[in-house]
Structure formats: structure tokens, C-alpha cells
Ligand binder design. Structure first.
Ligand SMILES: [Zn+2]
Length: 443
């Protein structure tokens, strides 16, 4: 039975509503009605006055928008934020990050690191995140407990780590996890082969077959640097994107992360195959990896979403910073100030993310029938005044700390910047203990 239009669980009256679809639209003095976790009304405030709601929320200085979607990260690595900086990608990984992970990563490390990441992401407007890391069972359980929406792509490597012995072990554990969470309303599980240079070709081919059978997403670091592409050409005689395409791994269920080294043929292939690109501008800049040609990809019809990557290579999980970086970098790359306008940057952090995750029917915009994953952003502070155009403020002036409220499936999980399910004082004690342990080198 569909809910009556005259009643709602929650009614939010906002100064501005930015629905994201249609692009560039800002609705003034609008209201959003929520019933049973979904958006059941989007209408002018004077028309909403007659709706009978249990919970009525007035946001006279705030903009209401869809929750942001962080399409790439390694949440538990928040515990390594600032541990090793100012290093190129491979020495950073091989000499710093991988040894620290080998010594410290455990179930507890992941549970605490993910809780820290979720606290940070909710407080900067993210309501859905994608994750690829060890012990994904703990990431899934933590996200579900803290009521955050998450796409978990279980990692696959050729070598042993704290979570698995070999590719077969990772895949069987990942598929078991997929079964465990198949009825979850918040968690989805998919394949996360780390990269073409850390997973053998026969394993990638097997993942391709399994993913096709299960109609599952495949999320992979790809063309992160020119050196990666060059090495693959020397070893296999072809570019990694072409190798994956030949294995059937490039298509509408593929999430290709980074994609900084792209020629015209690569872009053509991405457009023709309807694969998704996940752009991580701050990580790419910090590791000096390269530049993803975002404006060109979008012009050619490729769906490009945004990710923060980990807090060890960013060093935050704040999509407001990522929207701003994406817009500014695209303008610089094209030497064109009109490239990647604010409305497009916001779309990348919302509806494009929903498309990349295969969830555009439910997420990424404020439309009747979609899930009520929403955030409100207070524009009354000096850093966002005066407001000529809320879209400009959101992308070019906000730093994430203006996010006041968040809802996931209609549940208000942050109220006036207070997280409902996270005890920050208790979390800080655990995080400090990790810092001492990692600094001291002990287990
Ligand atoms: Zn990554």
C-alpha cells in the first residue's frame, strides 16, 4: 500500500533544496517528506503545510541535498593518516604502508579504523562509501552497526596478507561474506581485485567469469600512474585497460579507479563499454600519480564519480574537498575556466556515484521514490555568505564542516553535527592507543 500524500514520518522545510536531478536546479523554500525511509514528497513549503508529520524539521538557513557518495577508499587506513607523507606511490606503498599494515592490521584495527572513517565521512556529508580493505567482514559489521551505507569490494591479491593466503582464499572468503550480507539493507559486497599488477591474469579471468555469473560489480585500481601502464606494456605487450577488456572485465559493472594515463583509444573503449571511472583528484595530486582527463571523459559520455582514496594518501575523507579539487584541477588541465562547473562537480559526488554503484534507482538525487539519504548544509556562517548561488557555495566555499544533519534511509544519523551512533570520546581513546602502538612498532 502506498503511503498517503497527506501524512509523513518526517517533513523537512529547507531554505534551499538541491535535488541534483535535474542538473543545476536549486529550489527555494521547499520541503521534503519522508515515509518509511523513502522520499514521498518534494514540494513548495506553502503546499507542504498541510502534511501531517510526526517529526517536522525547520532548516531556514540550510541547503538540503542528497547524501554524498564516496566511491573509492580504504576506510581503516584512517589509523595511518599522516604516518608517511610526501613519497611517490611505489616507495610509499613498499617501504612504508605495506610494512606497517603487515605488522598491525587485524580485526580490531579494521573495526576501529572504519569507525573513525565513518565518523569523519558522516561529519563531512558522505552517506554512502565504497571500501576495499582487509577483514571486510569487520568493515561490513561496523558500517551496519553505525547505520552507514557501504559497497564493500573484498580485496584479492596474489600474495598472503593478514586476511588471506592466496587468491583462492580471498575469493572464497569474499563470496562467503557476500552470502552473509545478501539481505542487508545497507551493505553490498562485490569483487575488489587490487590492481592488474598485484593479481595474476588467470585470477582476473576467473573473477571476470564469477562476476558475470553473479552480476556483480568489479572495482579495481587501474592506470594509476604512467609507470604502471609502461611496465604492463613491457611485460604483456598491451595496456592494462586492453588486457582487462580482453578478459571481459570492462563493462557497465566495472569501476575503474584513478585512470590517469588515458589515450584517445582508452577513452573510446571506456565510453563504448559503459564502464565507470572513479576519480580521486587529491590522492592523484598528493602521490603525483597523474591527471585523469575528467572533462574529456564526461564530454564523451563516460560516467565519472568521485573517491577520496585512503586517509593515508589524501589525507582526509571529505568529499567537499574532492569536489573542489576535481573542479579546479579540470580547469587547470584544460586551461579553461568553464570546464567542470560546480553543478557537474556536485553531480559527480552524488548521482554519478549512484550510477557507478549501480544504485541510481535508489540514490544520488532528491526525487520522489528514492531512498531518503540526505544531508543539510548550513550556509549562514561567514565563510559561505552572501549566498548568490548555493551551488557555488557548496562546491567552492564549503569545507565539509558546514554539514549539520545527515539522514540514511530516513534515519537522522547526525543531528546538528552530533553523531547519533558514534561515541567520539570513546573512539578517540582507542585511536590514540593505536597511534602509540604503531609509533612504538609493537603489536
Ligand atoms: Zn585506492
Amino acid at each position: 500500500m502506498s503511503p498517503s500524500p497527506g501524512v509523513a514520518d518526517t517533513l523537512i522545510h529547507a531554505r534551499w533544496v538541491v535535488p541534483v536531478v535535474p542538473t543545476g536546479v536549486v529550489l527555494e523554500n521547499y520541503s521534503v517528506a519522508i515515509t518509511q525511509g523513502r522520499i514521498t514528497g518534494l514540494l513548495p513549503q506553502h503546499e507542504a503545510a498541510g502534511i501531517d508529520a510526526q517529526d517536522v524539521i525547520e532548516l531556514p538557513t540550510q541547503a538540503l541535498l542528497p547524501g554524498l557518495i564516496n566511491c573509492h577508499g580504504h576506510a581503516a587506513m584512517t589509523l595511518l593518516r599522516g604516518y608517511a607523507d610526501d613519497q611517490p606511490l611505489m616507495p610509499w606503498l613498499e617501504e612504508h604502508i605495506w610494512p606497517a599494515e603487515a605488522q598491525h592490521v587485524s580485526e580490531r584495527f579494521v573495526a576501529d579504523g572504519v569507525e573513525l572513517a565513518i565518523a569523519e565521512m558522516l561529519r563531512s556529508g558522505t552517506t554512502t562509501f565504497s571500501d576495499m580493505y582487509f577483514f571486510p567482514n569487520f568493515t561490513a559489521a561496523t558500517a551496519e552497526r553505525l547505520r552507514m551505507r557501504c559497497q564493500i569490494t573484498f580485496p584479492v591479491f596474489d600474495f598472503p596478507t593478514a586476511w588471506g593466503q592466496n587468491a583462492d582464499d580471498y575469493i572464497s572468503k569474499g563470496l562467503a561474506l557476500r552470502d552473509d550480507f545478501k539481505h542487508s539493507d545497507l551493505i553490498s559486497i562485490a569483487f575488489g581485485p587490487h590492481a592488474p599488477y598485484t593479481v595474476a591474469r588467470d585470477v582476473l579471468a576467473r573473477i571476470s567469469t564469477l562476476a558475470a555469473e553473479l552480476d556483480s560489480v568489479v572495482h579495481i585500481h587501474l592506470h594509476e600512474t604512467s609507470a604502471e601502464v609502461l611496465r604492463a606494456v613491457e611485460e604483456h605487450g598491451e595496456r592494462p585497460l586492453d588486457s582487462l577488456h580482453a578478459m571481459g572485465l570492462i563493462g557497465p559493472r566495472s569501476q575503474c579507479v584513478h585512470m590517469t594515463d588515458l589515450g584517445d583509444q582508452d577513452i573510446q573503449l571506456l565510453a563504448a563499454s559503459a564502464a565507470h571511472v572513479i576519480h580521486c583528484p587529491q590522492s592523484n595530486m598528493k602521490l603525483a600519480s597523474g591527471t585523469c582527463p575528467v572533462a574529456t571523459l564526461l564530454e564523451r559520455g563516460v560516467n565519472v564519480a568521485l573517491g577520496t582514496d585512503s586517509a593515508a594518501s589524501n589525507n582526509d575523507l571529505n568529499l567537499f574537498g574532492e569536489m573542489q579539487a576535481a573542479a579546479l584541477l579540470a580547469k587547470l588541465e584544460r586551461r579553461d575556466a568553464t570546464a567542470l562547473p560546480a553543478s557537474q562537480a556536485l553531480a559527480m559526488a552524488t548521482i554519478n556515484g549512484a550510477r557507478a554503484l549501480g544504485r541510481e534507482q535508489d540514490l544520488g538525487s532528491i526525487e520522489v521514490g528514492k531512498l531518503a539519504d540526505l544531508i543539510s548544509v548550513d550556509l549562514s556562517g561567514p565563510e559561505t555568505q552572501p549566498v548568490y548561488n548555493p551551488l557555488s557555495q557548496l562546491v567552492y566555499a564549503c569545507n565539509g564542516s558546514q554539514v549539520a544533519n545527515s539522514w540514511v534511509a530516513g534515519e537522522r544519523v547526525m543531528i546538528d553535527r552530533e553523531l547519533v551512533h558514534v561515541d567520539l570520546a570513546d573512539l578517540n581513546v582507542r585511536v590514540s592507543a593505536w597511534r602509540e602502538r604503531i609509533n612504538g612498532g609493537g603489536k
